[in-house]
Write a protein that binds this ligand. Structure first.
Ligand SMILES: [Zn+2]
Length: 384
């Protein structure tokens, strides 16, 4: 039993991040794990985070969606969690996968405001509607996870409906995310680097974090501040540019990934390169035979996505996502091409990669649950 729970927590770990390009919603972990009515179980359970992430995945009709979790520091020693769960949350905190705060205050809404993310919460935030007008102006920006027949479902606080709706990054958010930031606190997992490097910079947690993946700073009296340490952040220069690409297999977006100017990304059946995007788990036997371990390489150069075929069998470009065979432009092994705004590269029929915003999902949708390994005990539905 313990082993299976660990596997579920590992799966959930892959769905929490503070990367502004990948997070699809923001939530307060302490609040979510105490929604006892979701499963009728223990007072606090980390597995509820997995259930809510699954619900978001169903709602967005996309696999592997990630959430931005704000975590009250007290949760790291919350006696209602198992020792294993506390250990896992501490690890997430150390790795900067979640944002740990002594006093979360309205940080969750600040993140939602800066990044344009929907908020998953039952709180109505009546007192903050003046400061964050989108709370009332944009239906679906705050959705409450509530118990449903097949797991949690969402209900919007404003305007009815159930779909979580993303907004745009606020102008302030866009400005903050154009720079990279340094926290003076050594080993800061969010804005690492520890004050300009030094002998132990490599040992500091988060020192290897790409500046392109830094969370949005907190603004205190207009000053960019580390939300964890309360310290004023130093400006580390322009942030590397990024593009978010998405892998679509069989009409369904399976995962998104960030391509930054810093390094190319290889996608294929099972790439050997660090940071490679592995597609093998979503492929049928024929596609597995056709697609090379490393099949295509993406680079971001002066704002353009360059795709190079590095496979044995070649691939093709679908201009503007066209599914018409006559439009498909073959890309021979070792050939490169600029990926147009709406273009998709097709590694094999039905296996495509393109800009995330331009990839429509197809129906029907059966997302992979993060709870797949959960023992029945954890999946117990509310008692009648
Ligand atoms: Zn810090």
């Amino acid at each position: 039993m313990r082993f299976e729970i660990s596997k579920v927590l590992d799966a959930i770990e892959g769905r929490v991040c503070t990367d502004p390009s990948l997070a699809r919603a923001v939530l307060d972990l302490a609040e979510i794990i105490r929604y006892q009515d979701i499963d009728g179980g223990r007072p606090a359970s980390l597995l509820r985070l997995g259930m809510v992430i699954d619900a978001l995945s169903r709602e967005l009709e996309e696999d592997s969606v990630q959430v931005y979790a704000v975590v009250h520091r007290a949760l790291l020693s919350d006696a209602d969690l198992t020792s294993n769960e506390r250990m896992v949350v501490r690890r997430w905190a150390d790795d900067g996968l979640v944002e740990v705060l002594d006093n979360p205050g309205d940080r969750m809404l600040e993140v939602a405001d800066l990044l344009g993310l929907p908020v998953l919460s039952r709180v109505r935030f009546d007192g903050l509607r003046g400061r964050f007008p989108w709370l009332v102006e944009q239906p679906g920006r705050v959705v409450a996870p509530v118990p449903g027949a097949g797991g949690p479902v969402f209900i919007a606080h404003v305007g009815g409906g159930h779909a979580p709706v993303a907004g745009k990054r606020s102008p302030t958010g866009a400005k903050l995310l154009a720079r990279q930031w340094r926290c003076p606190e050594s080993g800061c997992a969010l804005f690492g680097g520890g004050g300009g490097g030094g002998a132990f910079a490599d040992l500091a947690g988060g020192a290897d974090r790409s500046p392109a993946a830094q969370p949005p700073p907190s603004l205190r009296n207009g000053v960019p501040t580390c939300p964890r340490h309360g310290a004023r952040l130093g400006d580390g220069g322009p942030r590397p540019r990024t593009e978010v690409l998405a892998v679509r297999v069989g009409g369904l977006v399976r995962r998104r990934f960030v391509l930054s100017e810093e390094q190319p990304v290889v996608a294929g059946r099972a790439p050997e390169q660090e940071g490679g995007i592995m597609l093998g788990q979503w492929l049928n036997d024929e596609a597995r035979r056709w697609i090379s371990r490393g099949h295509v390489r993406f680079e971001l150069r002066v704002g353009e996505v360059i795709v190079t075929d590095v496979s044995t069998n070649g691939s093709g470009i679908r201009p503007a996502g066209s599914m018409n065979e006559a439009d498909r432009i073959p890309l021979a092994p070792q050939q490169s091409r600029v990926l147009g705004e709406n273009d998709m590269i097709e590694l094999y029929p039905g296996v495509q990669i393109g800009r995330a915003e331009e990839l429509p999902t197809g129906a029907p949708f059966t997302p992979t649950s993060v709870m797949a390994e959960a023992p029945t005990m954890a999946m117990r539905l509310p008692r009648p």
